[in-house]
Design a protein around this ligand. Structure first.
Ligand code: AHR
Length: 495
């Protein structure tokens, strides 16, 4: 691998290490919020969960959905608790008590140290509710909705900067699913009005629910033709699985994510060209993860209960490798992917699990996210990588080595994130041109002889990283032996 200090991809946006809390399953209730739990604070927020989220250094959290938002009335979740209605959540066929709503979310975000980002309902609702919601959250005072917020005990505006214009509106499963034209016009008018209320906000238009949607491409182009002047980002979502139990094909799936990002950028820039615009639309990768372990179990869950155990994927070691590869992919596009949210954060396809009344623990995927979020801030350098490749059922020329270096100017540290996709060890040689006098601070490795190894409440550290990687540096040349099927974080600094 060759790296040159002068050849950069772009600065990593702080919002690249975001996550997502939806009113779904046990994400909110018995996840982040469980009054009466021994670890709960006076507001009912679980402190053990907050501590784990702080380890992840999550920068921004998307809320309240997801599919949930397309049937949600934000007014149900504010004001005195005893007046809040219990409603049917049609997206997940659950009962929503509305004990946790916008203001609780804002308070909780402050405790975890993350920016809040809000989705609005463009499924069953539209312009009017959206403008009222922005007024409630962001207008200082003196109007009906801003004063309502103040009456609810929040004198200062919440100043929520990033807002999503609905969720997966191209998906036939979505409440209030729309054609591209129907959504494009609604999003355009809603965005216009939201920005009249608060011109400082940034807006995300819905792109496709995944790259393989039949409407992909046409959808993005139509939506951006209408919304271009009002939005800053277009959203992408993707989830991968290993139902076929084919490790080589599974670990190649980050290449699909890479092509999806490149294709969406091409469409954004096509519309930019057509409009002869100086403005560039960036990518908000709003949902990404591995998701498949819980799909069968979810079919057995009884409807219309509060916080049923839905989407509780128990992640394996191999899932952590793909999550690492997906993080590398996001970093490779740091110049255009400005927001990304690991979906989701607690209990629901999540890095953190809890038991009601019990403990909280880290899943396998916790670790690559924690490493990237803590050591992946700075400027991404453009590597030239020479590696052998392999072919799989769905992919050809899959590189055995995938890696990305990030230079943190403030700390004067370089971190190389690398995954060895091979089932044998690999010798990595990395030339860092323009970087002199650095030493290896740490070589963290996540490896395991059992691809299906998991962490549980009773065995929470079955899969965990170690710092015994043994990378060396001589002059500007780093060499390291990468274990078979491993996630590596090689940290270099002047210390
Ligand atoms: O993250 C789970 C669900 O996946 C979200 O609610 C939806 O947007 C997506 O289909």
């Amino acid at each position: 691998m060759y790296v040159d200090r002068n050849f950069t991809v772009g600065k990593v946006s702080d919002m690249l290490f975001g996550s997502f809390i939806e009113h779904l399953g046990r994400a909110v209730y018995t996840g982040i919020y469980e009054p009466g739990h021994p670890e709960a604070n006076e507001r009912g927020f679980r402190k053990d969960v907050i501590d784990l989220i702080r380890e992840l250094n999550v920068s921004i959290v998307r809320y309240p959905g997801g599919n949930f938002v397309s049937g949600y009335n934000w007014e149900d979740g504010v004001g005195p608790m005893d007046k809040r209605p219990k409603k049917l959540d049609l997206a997940w066929r659950s009962l929503e008590p509305n004990e946790f709503g916008t203001n609780e979310f804002i308070e909780w975000c402050k405790l975890v140290g993350a920016e809040p980002r809000m989705s609005i309902n463009l499924g069953t609702r539209g312009i009017d509710e959206a403008r009222n919601f922005v007024e409630y959250c962001n207008h200082p005072a003196g109007s009906y909705y801003s004063d309502l917020r103040r009456n609810h005990g929040y004198e200062k505006p919440h100043s929520i900067k990033v807002w999503c214009l609905g969720n997966e509106m191209d998906g036939p499963w979505q409440i209030g699913h729309k054609t591209a034209k129907e959504y494009a016009r609604l999003a355009e008018e809603t965005a216009k009005v939201m920005k009249i209320v608060d011109p400082g906000i940034e807006l995300v238009a819905c792109g496709s629910s995944n790259w393989h949607m039949p409407t992909f491409g046409e959808w993005e182009a139509t939506v951006l033709e209408h919304t271009y002047d009002y939005v800053e980002y277009v959203s992408l979502h993707t989830y991968y699985d290993n139902v076929e139990d084919d490790i080589e094909n599974f670990l190649a799936k980050s290449l699909d994510m890479d092509s999806y990002i490149k294709s969406t950028i091409a469409i954004c820039d096509y519309i930019k060209g057509c409009k002869k615009s100086n403005k560039t639309i960036d990518i908000s990768f709003d949902e990404w993860n591995v998701w498949f372990h819980s799909r069968e179990k979810d079919k057995e869950v009884a409807p219309w209960t509060i916080a049923p155990p839905l989407l509780e994927d128990i992640y394996t070691f191999e899932d952590a490798l793909l999550v690492g590869l997906m993080l590398i992919t996001l970093l490779k596009h740091a110049n255009r992917v400005k927001i990304a949210c690991l979906a989701q954060l607690v209990n629901v396809i999540a890095p953190i699990m809890t038991r009601k009344g019990g403990g909280a623990w880290r899943q396998t995927i916790f670790y690559p996210f924690m490493h990237a979020s803590n050591y992946g801030r700075g400027v991404v350098l453009q590597p030239i990588i020479s590696t052998d490749t392999y072919d799989t059922k769905d992919f050809s020329a899959v590189p055995y080595l995938d890696a990305i270096p990030v230079f943190n100017d403030e700390k004067d540290e370089i971190t190389v994130f690398a995954v060895n996709r091979a089932q044998s060890k690999m010798d990595l040689e990395c030339e860092l041109r323009g970087f002199e006098g650095y030493s290896v601070l740490e070589h963290i490795v996540l490896e395991n002889s059992d691809l299906k190894a998991v962490n549980t409440e009773t065995n929470p550290f079955n899969v965990k990283p170690h710092s015994g990687g043994g990378a060396r540096i001589e002059g500007d040349k780093v060499s390291a032996e990468l274990s078979p099927l491993s996630w590596n974080v090689i940290r270099l600094g002047k210390g």
